[in-house]
Design a protein around this ligand. Sequence first.
Ligand SMILES: C[S@@+](CC[C@H](N)C(=O)[O-])C[C@H]1O[C@@H](n2cnc3c(N)ncnc32)[C@H](O)[C@@H]1O
Length: 248
Amino acid sequence: MAPNTLRDAIYAVRTARLGLERRRLDYGEETREQAERLAAVLPASAAELREYEREYEDLEWFHDTYADRVAEIHEAGVATDTTHWRDGVTLYVVCRALEVETVVETGVLFGSFDAHILAAMCENGGGTLHAVDLPGGPPGPFEYGHLIPDRCRDRWELHRGDARDVLLGLLERVGPLDLFLHDSDHRLPHMRFEYETALGHLEPGGVLASHDVRLSRLFDRFTEENGLQSCVVCDTGIGRVPSSSSAD
Ligand SMILES: C[S@@+](CC[C@H](N)C(=O)[O-])C[C@H]1O[C@@H](n2cnc3c(N)ncnc32)[C@H](O)[C@@H]1O
């Protein structure tokens, strides 16, 4: 079997296994424990993080637009499994706690995570999200980032290209980063490539975040090998580079 075919076959098996694991996972409990898990990693207490969760729930300007756009995507019948969008709140809380200024994300599609990161930036009152996705666009009559509310769009810069080709140059131009988020190609060599490329461009105290970390042990191993404190909430891994100050 050719190496790429073998990799695709392994990826298909991992994805199927993840589907089964997700059915067993208690997402309600994961969400309830979110603040405690994140507090072990972030420079904020569980009480402060729960306050950001409440703030997110009350963010009417965000939820009104977001719900309308989700409905448009569902009506067009082009996104059948959008359950992972629940992870957006984790990213919102992380971005509020870190008061992120510079964020890079790979894998935009409809932009659920972009919308949440940008909403936090709006509430922070600053920041830019650089987002990478392949040339082309999402399925249906939509552009990349359709879910992003208009009021956040001026903080968003889309870079089209394969992350393998554009990520390093982008990081060199815009870094150091407060947060890097992987959500593009989840085959292990690509995930590892993105983690390794991003790690050297994170600020002390910055966060390496990744979606779909339950596909394999890669995120846990990578954060452990590189001395990052980490936790997983639902399907998102959060790993923090040690801060230069001992205070947090
Ligand atoms: C799971 S979706 C991203 C979902 C998105 N983060 C959200 O919040 O809804 C994966 C995206 O990664 C993009 N992608 C896949 N391989 C890529 C690569 N090598 N470089 C850049 N983007 C890639 C796909 O085009 C797709 O839009």
